[in-house]
Ligand binder design. Structure first.
Ligand SMILES: [Zn+2]
Length: 330
């Protein structure tokens, strides 16, 4: 610690100071120090000892260390004083290496001009952790991007398919109603021609078991009857809740009672509706287009009716109809 170098270390006159400066290369200043009194000397030594003994507070020390480290990291490793003296660098210089330039051929533009830098690790994670984190993050981002794209395509395709299926289901419903109507008209025709049976009243209960209904429109009938059953059950429930079951009016005749829902309604078809119908399930499992085509074909074969032309042809040839499918009628 060269305290004599600083002017306030030992108050001296200007000439003395110059002398002091000149004497710096000499190990121990001589001349001017002679004037020092015993007390002065004691004080000076005390100050010097204090200065030597002074330990910076921990925070200050750490700040100094951090600053030194930062400073070192900012500068090129090659310009560091210890590197300058490095034997390795000297050897490389002899072989043509100049600091600041890349190793190897001069046209190697992407090459490193600096040695691999030092990065201080401050956490307790393993060395590979940061890279692993980055890799995972990149993968997540890539995956997400792909997923979004796939989802978009998938979504459009699904919407398109659902729309087409909905349209076909609508057509199937219409075709089923046409087929049901034509079949019942033919049946009526036959029964009146056949033996003078009383034709079935409009809106009369269907008397046939559900399973004898043609599979092509059985689904339609079943749905309608299920809706009717539910309507009646709601009606019954409503009646039973709004009227005391014991309440009986002498004036109400049998029909009134039935209308009011007091006489339990016999659902002739409820059992039918609760029964399993594997044949119908199988038919419903077919693709909508296939179901539609089956009904369309049935209408042609049975009634010379083209669902697409909406026309009943006079004979089996169906002359004028462009074909079996919807596309044929475009
Ligand atoms: Zn046609």
């Amino acid at each position: 610690m060269a305290t004599s170098k600083s002017p306030d270390a030992a108050p001296q006159s200007p000439e003395d100071e110059e002398d002091d400066y000149m004497s710096m290369t000499i190990a121990e200043p001589t001349g001017p120090k002679v004037k020092e009194t015993y007390t002065q000397r004691r004080h000076r030594l005390q100050r010097e000892a204090e200065a030597r003994a002074y330990t910076k507070p921990k925070a200050e020390r750490e700040a100094d260390e951090a600053a030194a480290r930062e400073d070192a990291l900012q500068r090129s490793l090659l310009s560091h004083p210890t590197t300058q003296k490095s034997k390795g660098l000297a050897m490389m210089s002899k072989m043509g290496f100049t600091p600041g330039k890349a190793l190897g051929k001069g046209d190697n533009a992407d090459a490193r001009t600096e040695p691999v830098g030092i990065s201080i690790k401050e956490d307790r994670g393993g060395i590979g952790m940061d890279n692993e984190k980055k890799r995972r993050f990149r993968e997540e981002v890539e995956k997400e991007g792909k997923r979004v794209k796939a989802d978009e395509g998938e979504y459009r395709e699904r919407v398109r398919r659902e729309r087409e299926e909905g349209r076909l289901e609508g057509l199937i419903g219409t075709a089923m109603r046409v087929a049901e109507r034509m079949a019942s008209e033919k049946e009526e025709e036959l029964s009146t021609d056949g033996g003078g049976d009383v034709p079935p009243k409009k809106g009369a209960q269907r008397s046939k078991p559900l399973k004898t209904v043609n599979i092509l429109w059985r689904g339609l009938v079943r749905k309608r009857e299920e809706a009717e059953r539910d309507r009646r059950m709601r009606y019954d429930l409503h009646q039973s809740l709004s009227r005391l079951p014991t309440y009986d009016d002498e004036d109400e005749d049998k029909d009134d009672k039935k209308a009011l829902g007091k006489t339990p309604i016999q659902y002739a078809l409820v059992e039918d509706l609760e029964e399993e119908d594997p044949e119908l399930e199988e038919f419903n499992a077919l693709e909508p287009a296939e179901r539609l085509q089956k009904i369309v074909n049935y209408l042609r074969e049975e009634y010379n009716y083209c669902f697409w032309c909406k026309y009943t042809y006079p004979d089996k040839d169906m002359e004028g109809c462009p074909g079996l499918t919807e596309e044929d009628h475009d």
